[in-house]
Design a binder for this molecule. Structure first.
Ligand code: FUL
Length: 485
């Protein structure tokens, strides 16, 4: 009998210890604004493609004046499948098509104007590029997005309220006929000289009030509530203040949208870095083109960005916590040009090569402290490849470190960090040390992390130990991923 009690006592003790290890400690509460579910999905897309294609492709212009005949739109061998297949193969997750650029020509047969593909030789007026692209996206599993220029240099009524109705009718067409639209891109270029139905004049509109944006957005949301709106200042995604896809080294996803209005000095810097205590979650989308122009020009065939330049762009956009929107403009045939495809494939291969071997696998990772001493928040959660598990500290601890011990010397070129942004963006200052000649030596440092931060070291470092120091944070740090290459 005594043996039985002793056995029970041992079992209880073991059970108790197990319970102790598995104890449930409440997660950190979120801090400040947080991304909503659709923004969160968008963060995870990382790389999207912009496609600028219209009458400008055939007139060799960047901005059509608005007086171009639809007859000019005549791709000889349009191959939308080729575009989306290449994008899929090179790691893109979404496509945004210029359904109408500033010249007003529509790539779909809008019933509200004659200035469309229906009046072009393409498929004898029976073509619909928005349909072809949305269907190819569906086929290859990419998301489809639309760009519809608010500024329209073709319309006689641009500047009147009837034009706003026209613009909304076109949005209704695009949002009811082409399946789910993940993102709507509103261009900031608005007003200036143009054809305007033959008026040939300069027209300015009141950017803040003319389009009645809140009602326009509500209308679109009533058709497709999941859509994200991009514009210079949001409301869902913000411009980064440059067209080189260069996000700020400090890049807060938060900003107070009411501090953004055209002409305000410092606006570009504000867009580029966001604001630490901003009251809205409006992440930065970093856009650029694979060529100098947004539209195809044969004279730029030799100026396509190299795989190495695209890699740098990847690091200044995705590597600084934003999403990249890279434009690839089809040529007059309606193909992605061979040089552009080679560059995309070369870049993709480079990414695969640089990020092939995550050195963190099978290494020992420890933390300076763990929230409630609970397994649920320990350092291993930062290296378990599960997005939703993380290392966190107690609420009153806003600094700390993660230490990585490799099983031998490794050569390190990149460190990748992710903060668990569903709980808000927190980290303000961090550094990375390597164990060199018997001591810690700082090899990199940064400010914000956000969705993702990739640090490329100035030169590869050989070490067997690495330490990530969180030096300042708005609340307890929450790191859900650490990779080392
Ligand atoms: C700008 C436009 O004026 C360019 O033509 C291009 O569409 C770029 C993405 O946005 O504001």
């Amino acid at each position: 009998m005594q043996r039985f009690y002793r056995l029970m006592a041992v079992l209880c003790l073991l059970g108790g210890l197990a319970c102790e290890n598995k104890k449930t400690v409440s997660p950190p509460t979120s801090i400040g604004p947080v991304p909503d579910a659709k923004q969160m999905e968008w963060h995870k897309m990382e790389k999207n493609a912009f496609i600028h294609f219209t009458i400008n492709t055939f007139t060799d212009k960047e901005w059509g004046y608005g007086d171009e005949s639809p007859e000019l739109f005549n791709p000889t061998d349009l191959n939308v499948d080729q575009w989306v297949k290449v994008l899929k193969e090179t790691g893109f997750k979404g496509v945004i098509l210029t359904c109408k650029h500033h010249d007003g020509f529509c790539l779909w047969p809008s019933k509200y104007t004659e200035h469309t593909v229906a009046k072009s030789p393409y498929k004898n007026g029976k073509g619909d590029i928005a349909k072809e692209v949305s269907e190819a996206c569906e086929k290859y599993g990419l998301k489809f997005g639309v760009y519809l220029s608010p500024w329209d240099r073709n319309r006689a009524d641009y500047g009147d309220s009837t034009y706003v109705t026209y613009y909304r009718n076109q949005l209704k067409e695009l949002f009811t006929s082409y399946g789910d639209v993940f993102e709507m891109w509103f261009d900031g270029a608005n007003g200036g000289d143009g054809f305007y139905g033959g008026a040939d004049e300069v027209r300015r509109i009141e950017r803040e009030s003319y389009y009645h944006w809140p009602q326009t957005l509500d209308l679109v949301r009533s058709i497709q509530p999941q859509v994200l709106f991009f514009s210079d200042g949001g409301p869902d995604l913000r411009w980064g203040g440059n067209e080189e896809a260069r996000a700020g080294l400090t890049n807060w996803n938060t900003i107070s949208t009411d501090t953004l209005y055209a002409g305000k000095s410092g606006i570009m810097d504000l867009l580029n870095s966001g604001s630490e205590n901003g009251v809205n979650w409006v992440p930065l989308e970093a856009n650029t083109s694979i060529r100098p122009g947004w539209f195809y020009h044969a004279k730029e065939d030799s100026l396509v960005k190299t795989p190495e330049q695209l890699m740098d762009i990847y690091l200044t956009s995705v590597g600084r916590g934003s999403t990249l929107l890279l434009n690839i403009p089809p040529d007059k045939r309606g193909h992605f040009h061979e040089n552009d495809i080679d560059a995309l494939k070369g870049w993709h291969a480079l990414q695969e090569k640089e990020f092939a071997n995550n050195l963190i696998k099978n290494t020992k990772v420890t933390a300076s402290s763990v929230r409630g001493n609970a397994e649920q928040y320990d350092a291993r959660n930062a290296v378990d490849e599960n997005y939703d598990t993380y290392w966190a500290t107690d609420d009153n601890i806003q600094t700390g470190s993660l230490e990585v011990e490799f099983s031998g010397e490794r050569t390190i070129k990149y460190v990748l960090l992710q903060e668990y942004i569903p709980l808000g963006q927190r980290i303000k200052d961090f550094s990375i040390d390597a164990w060199i000649n018997g001591g810690w030596k700082e090899i990199a440092k940064g400010t914000t992390i956000g969705y993702k931060r990739i640090l490329k070291l100035d030169a590869p470092v050989k070490t067997d130990k690495l330490k990530i120091n969180i030096l300042d944070s708005k609340a307890c740090p929450v790191i859900n991923n650490l990779e080392v290459y």
